[in-house]
Write a protein that binds this ligand. Structure first.
Ligand code: UN1
Length: 500
């Protein structure tokens, strides 16, 4: 199937992928697969105004009815799963199963959001005054901008969009410039749901803007964008966060991770090896949640390293469309260069590198294929503290659990973490207040591949935001506290007297 067939099968028209100004390359072989139209920065005022008008209508549509739109979106996603997954594979280089998994994640969040549309609960609070009732109501917040990254080219938007839509907020999506076709294909799915939903959905309810920094800047700077949900590098978040705060907007940041696994002496090593492989080399190490640091008890370090080096040597690396492939290409040659540079630095910092290197045979020409690497590090300095979006796994040794947790926490990022142990005391200590400082802390599961039911995000340089499940929906709404006086007198709170 040609690239254009793949795009057409996902519902894109020629006009959407041919003749535009933004050239899109497939990481599979570096070939140009599309030329997409860019939004001109001059159009942003119109786009934002459309979202603002849509908000005035959508906020009055009852939430369960808003949920119906998301239910239809979920239905359309089920029908489009294979076609959309194939675009993700073509454009982001994910293996088939992970491309499909990404669409499944979208379906899951739709199901979650539909249920939520009847559960946007507030509290009733006991008032200290007689004849008074105090309640809180969650109200729609306003237009929501979603800035997403190449590595989850469709799912991250869906996490935000499904919740924002049931919460009453229009959505403007700025996808990564590296993956605009996946975004257009996902929008085409939502368009079908909107058509079936009918006229209750206003124009401008869900929009997409494609382009570079100027487009994102317009969203970040506009007072009419109530919430900016941005996923990407810590560098990007350090620009977006303060800009949004400056205008007292709400920012939901999901930034870099430097995720670790502690492997304790009691761990089930067979299971640990499988978990390490999926989380360290899956998605070619390009998830925010990818495993980057392995903190191993010294008594089992040599054994585990040996097993891993062996498992790494037989990994199927290659064309992600081949069902046997486990490791597809990196997103582009620059990513491969960054991996090489990180490995060189690790070596200079005393690391012992197993695997790595850019020469991989039997893969399509033109793609940035790499061999995943394991690097035994003497300590946690320099390069280990940074997130390199590539399959590099640094290993560190430890003697006491306290030391292991100290190492786990002693990095700038705080997204995901885990421990492999069969010892209850160790597991619970890791999950305690003195344990992992991350937004996600797992036991006997790797750090990646989170389900949508939980809140997703992390602390420190990861940005503090929470998306997806649990009560992350509250980000997209404003809380209104109301006290109603149904008595015939006017008592003041705190017993204050103000008799006139
Ligand atoms: C990301 O890498 O930006 O937990 C998100 C996971 C996925 C989401 C990752 N559910 O790996």
């Amino acid at each position: 199937m040609t690239a254009h067939d793949t795009l057409e099968r996902a519902g894109l028209s020629r006009g959407q992928f041919a003749g535009g100004t933004l050239a899109v390359r497939s990481p599979i072989d570096g070939s140009e697969i599309a030329r997409v139209n860019e939004t001109s920065p001059g159009d942003m005022a119109r786009v934002i105004a459309a979202a603002k008008s849509a908000f005035r209508i959508w906020r009055d549509v009852p939430a369960p009815r808003r949920g119906e739109l998301v239910r239809l979106f979920g239905e359309e996603l089920r029908a489009a799963k294979a076609a959309l997954g194939a675009v993700v594979t073509l454009e982001a280089g994910k293996i088939v199963s992970e491309g499909l998994g990404e669409v499944q994640e979208m379906i899951d969040i739709c199901d979650f959001a539909v249920g939520l549309s009847r559960q946007l609960y507030g509290l009733t609070i006991a008032s200290e005054r007689p004849g008074h009732r105090m309640v809180e109501t969650w109200q729609p917040l306003g237009p929501c901008a979603v800035i997403s990254a190449f590595n989850f080219p469709v799912a991250v938007w869906a996490w935000n969009a499904a919740l924002a839509l049931v919460c009453g907020d229009p959505v403007i999506w700025k996808p990564s410039e590296k993956t605009p076709s996946s975004a257009l294909a996902a929008m085409a799915v939502l368009e079908r749901a909107l058509k079936r939903f009918g006229p209750d959905a206003p124009q401008g309810l869900a929009q997409i803007v494609i382009g570079g920094a100027a487009i994102g800047e317009a969203l970040v700077a506009s007072k009419d964008i109530a919430i900016v949900s941005a996923t990407g590098s810590t560098r990007m978040g350090a620009v977006v966060g303060p800009r949004v705060a400056e205008r007292f907007g709400r920012a939901l940041l999901e930034l870099g991770g430097n995720n670790a696994m502690i492997v304790a002496p009691s761990a089930d090593l067979d299971m640990a090896v499988r978990a390490i492989l999926f989380s360290a080399v899956g998605t070619a190490g390009q998830r925010c949640t990818s495993l980057r640091r392995l903190i191993v008890h010294r008594s089992i370090r040599a054994d585990l390293t040996r097993r891993l080096v062996k498992a790494y040597s037989s990994l199927a690396i290659g064309d992600p469309r081949d069902p046997k492939t486990l490791v597809g290409p990196l997103i582009d040659p620059a990513a491969r260069e960054r991996m090489g540079a990180a490995l060189a630095r690790a070596e200079a910092e005393g690391g012992r590198v197993h695997g790595g290197g850019a020469v991989v045979t039997g893969v399509p020409d033109g793609g940035a294929y790499v061999k995943p690497a394991i690097v035994e590090m003497p300590g946690q300095g320099g390069v280990v503290r940074e997130e390199t979006f590539a399959p590099i796994l640094y290993t560190l040794g430890y003697d006491t659990l306290e030391e292991a947790i100290g190492l786990q926490n002693d990095v700038p990022q705080g997204l995901s973490s885990c421990i492999f142990t069969l010892d209850l005391r160790e597991a619970e200590t890791f999950l305690s207040a003195a344990g992992s400082d991350c937004g996600i802390a797992n036991v006997n599961i790797g750090p990646s591949g989170a389900e949508i039911g939980g809140a997703f995000g992390g602390e420190k340089e990861t940005g503090g935001g929470r998306e997806s499940g649990s009560d992350a929906w509250k980000n997209y709404m404003r809380r209104q506290t109301s006290t109603v006086n149904y008595s015939a007198s006017l008592p003041l709170a705190q017993g204050v007297r103000f008799d006139v």
